[in-house]
Ligand binder design. Structure first.
Ligand code: SAM
Length: 216
């Protein structure tokens, strides 16, 4: 979606400011640091795009508290407006941050997260850019540090190359996902699946969706 100018974008973000987090002065230890109240399962989506998954998961899982990262503010404005439009009809359990996965340790303390979701992450197909992939071992090691014992990493993509790369990276770290499918929509995990914008587009074109879940 094209924004006419920066001012327009910033005004729109400011109008949804109650849903947006600033970088914390100390890493978040539990959901209560963000949402108040009793501690609840804290889930993070990285690269939320236009927010379909984050909003869908917030509606479906009132028991969870969800933070969604997106590093491009022109994209984030669409996500946060979508969340704002549904705010009255769903639980108050969703916040967004214009933030980069490279800075995760500024945001979250070790062992603070119950789940991390990576959906249709940019594939960065050129070999020289492998370290930018959000499932490169450098990122995976950070996720495993921030996740609690018993926490989950969930990943889905249309991209075979990125999916194979992810399985190799996990194996190199000695981690084995308990669930792997090359066709999510025809698997047992389809029930309860919340579609992302990319997922809808790719599956409508006939691409199967690859997915994995790994519990620590
Ligand atoms: C291919 S899109 C997928 C969007 C959405 N998850 C979906 O499935 O419809 C990937 C998104 O991840 C964001 N992204 C890429 N690298 C990121 C990073 N390091 N930190 C935060 N967001 C990132 C991009 O800006 C983009 O919006």
């Amino acid at each position: 979606m094209r924004m006419r100018n920066k001012k327009h974008r910033d005004e729109r973000l400011a109008a949804c400011g109650h849903l947006l987090l600033e970088a914390p002065s100390a890493p978040i230890v539990s959901s209560a640091d963000v949402f108040g109240g009793d501690a609840a399962p804290l889930w993070l989506e990285i690269g939320c795009g236009k927010g379909d998954f984050a909003v869908g998961m917030a509606e479906k899982h009132p028991e969870a508290r969800i933070v969604a990262f997106e590093r491009v503010s022109n994209v984030m404005v669409v996500a946060v407006e979508k969340a704002n439009a549904t705010a009255e009809s769903r639980p108050d359990n969703l916040r967004f941050a214009v933030a980069d996965a490279a800075n995760l340790s500024v945001w979250f303390a070790d062992g603070s997260l119950d789940a991390i979701y990576l959906n249709f992450s940019d594939p960065w197909p050129k070999k020289g850019y492998a370290k930018r992939r959000l499932t490169h071992r450098g990122f995976l090691q950070t996720y495993f540090r921030l996740l609690k014992k018993g926490g989950r990493l969930c990943f889905k993509t249309d991209n075979v190359g990125l999916f194979d790369f992810t399985l190799e990276e996990l194996e190199a770290l000695g981690k084995t996902p308990e669930f792997v499918t090359r066709d999510l929509h025809n698997s047992e995990a389809n029930e309860g699946n919340v579609m992302t914008e990319y997922e809808r587009n790719f599956s409508e074109k006939g691409f199967p969706i690859h997915a994995l879940t790994l519990t620590l």
